[in-house]
Design a protein around this ligand. Structure first.
Ligand code: NAD
Length: 372
């Protein structure tokens, strides 16, 4: 046992020093009697070293099947800090001007884009054209047409395109979906998704239309849009929406502060949702069927997620969402694993089609049809 571990540790060390080694087992041996993971590892570069990028990088240190090996950043001092903190070699560091050269880097399999929303599309297309798999944060783009262009570019380049929908791998969420599919709640008729936080600094990119693409809906309301689909388990066919603004100075034209929206589904189920930049601790999902309910609060934050049904509390242990997400995404990319709730680019486009229709419904005041 000891000699096997020694061998694997030596193998990991030598793998790190070889420039053209294919994806190998780089995970450290675990404590206890369990054998260390020996399969392929997804070698990831993060593009955009901001607050969420840092959270993903930290979480990935505990992933078994994904490893942070590179960075793309416009800030040299951050690159130096990340190199030291995460042991990233100089040859895997790029900036926004030169990162097309990643195509010649055989030590990077995928790029995880974690920059402001409107930058996702051009960056994802460049990554795809460099022949690397794309993982992209939500929203994948600022409208459905841009999202579709990203999907098309990834298809053309024959690379995978996944969206950072971390809740699609969260254990209590998956348990509620399992219970719903098993008929525990009866025919599902209603979903409520309330998503918001109180946004601070008025000068941040999230409040600039050209970088964010919109306001709270793009940033946090998307959780209610996406959640409506996976909690009800159908695709919506119509939407209505209403907007309110208490602070037009801070939330300028094109930046929504609060939007209420309703979605209708083919079975007759309806969703009633709220997206806002003006209320803290607003993070609640509620699903009701003819027989029973599921309630999650908090429902999409970093956790621990709390959930109960009419039969009682769900007690699944808390997991670090981004650690699990990266392991699962490595499984999807490297092994063709199929997640219970898909995380491919088309899912991101569907959410953007709904958000495009929400913005349209706010303007027209009418019920807008949806064709996903
Ligand atoms: P952030 O402001 O903390 O980081 C953004 C990074 O992009 C910074 O490092 C910044 O330097 C860089 N950047 C590159 N070009 C830029 C430009 N022109 N203007 C401004 N910054 C630029 O933002 P964040 O909170 O890390 O969000 C980044 C992305 O991650 C967004 O798309 C957001 O929706 C998403 N996000 C997802 C989750 C989640 O739970 N899935 C959570 C937070 C953020």
């Amino acid at each position: 046992m000891k000699s096997r571990r020694d061998f694997l540790q030596k193998l990991s060390a030598s793998a790190l020093s070889l420039p053209f080694i294919p994806s190998l087992a780089l995970a450290e041996p675990e404590q206890g009697n369990e054998l260390p993971y020996q399969g392929q590892v997804l070698r990831v570069a993060i593009c955009g070293l901001g607050s969420y990028g840092t959270r993903v990088a930290d979480a990935m240190q505990s992933s078994k099947m994904a490893k942070l090996v590179g960075v793309i950043s416009g800030t040299p001092s951050k690159v130096k800090d990340w190199q030291a903190k995460y042991n990233i070699p100089e040859k895997n560091c790029y900036n926004y001007e030169n990162f097309d050269a990643i195509k010649d880097n055989r030590d990077i399999d995928a790029v995880y884009i974690i920059t402001p929303n409107s930058l996702h599309k051009p960056q994802a297309i460049r990554v795809a054209q460099a022949g690397k798999h794309v993982i992209c944060e939500k929203p994948i783009a600022v409208n459905a047409a841009e999202g579709q262009a990203m999907v098309d570019a990834c298809k053309k380049a024959n690379v995978k395109f996944l969206v950072g929908y971390r809740m699609h791998f969260e254990p209590k969420t998956l348990e509620i979906i399992r219970l719903r599919n098993a008929g525990e709640f009866g025919k599902v008729l209603f979903f409520q998704g309330l998503c918001g936080f109180r946004i601070g600094d008025p000068n941040q990119w999230r409040l600039k239309k050209e970088l964010a693409g919109g306001g709270a809906m793009m940033d946090i309301g998307i959780y209610a849009v996406n959640g409506s689909r996976y909690m009800i388990g159908e695709e919506p066919i119509w939407v209505t929406a209403q907007e309110t603004k208490t602070n037009p100075e801070k939330f300028k034209e094109g930046i929504d502060e609060t939007i209420m929206f309703q979605l209708g589904f083919p079975s007759g189920a309806v969703a009633s949702c709220l997206s806002t930049y003006s209320m803290n601790n607003l993070d609640r999902f509620f699903l009701n069927g003819e027989k029973g309910f599921a309630e999650m609060q908090p429902s999409t934050g970093y956790g621990p997620i709390k959930a109960r049904t009419n039969s009682g509390e769900l007690t699944h242990p808390h997991v670090t969402h981004q650690t699990v997400q990266m392991d699962e995404m490595a499984g999807i990319i490297l092994q063709g694993k199929k997640p219970v709730v898909p995380v491919d680019g088309e899912e991101g486009v569907k959410d953007l089609k709904i958000m495009d229709a929400i913005y349209k419904a706010v303007k027209t005041g009418k019920k807008e049809d949806l064709k996903l």
